[in-house]
Design a protein around this ligand. Structure first.
Ligand code: ZN
Ligand code: ZN
Length: 136
């Protein structure tokens, strides 16, 4: 997105710029319409112009869908899911609890029923590089 740094009169804002010649033109017009002869340039964070942000919004949408289709095992309210986490996975050399994620805590926002959900697909004990005793 490009605009004059300090507008002279009317508001000018170029967004959705996707090629170099349009960017150059937008910068020239913005400079010509700025009191200090500078253009203000920033990233266009709108979802359709920002693939990284779009992907993250998509991931969040999937997480929200999962959450809204999971029910509390105790009271059957909608939205049972991760609410907190616990650290403390042990060092594989000295067994000291570390700051590495141990489990997520799923809970219900209605009845406050809570259960631990151990992380799958990761080794029980962690590399000593995360241990405050082995690697202070
Ligand atoms: Zn519940
Ligand atoms: Zn250790």
């Amino acid at each position: 997105m490009v605009k004059p740094n300090f507008h002279k009169e009317e508001n000018i804002l170029f967004k959705g710029i996707q090629d170099l010649s349009l960017l150059e033109k937008a910068i020239k017009i913005s400079i010509a319409n700025s009191l200090d002869k500078k253009a203000f340039i920033q990233t266009d964070m709108r979802c359709h112009m920002n693939p990284t942000r779009g992907l993250n919004i998509r991931k969040l949408g999937i997480l929200m869908f999962r959450r809204l289709t999971r029910f509390c095992p105790k009271c059957n309210a909608v939205g049972f899911g991760n609410r907190d986490f616990r650290t403390g996975r042990q060092c594989r050399v000295c067994d000291t609890p570390t700051d590495v994620l141990l489990c997520y805590l799923r809970s219900c926002s209605k009845c406050l029923y809570q259960e631990e959900r151990a992380i799958l697909c990761s080794p029980q004990k962690v590399n000593p590089m995360y241990c405050n005793v082995c690697n202070p």
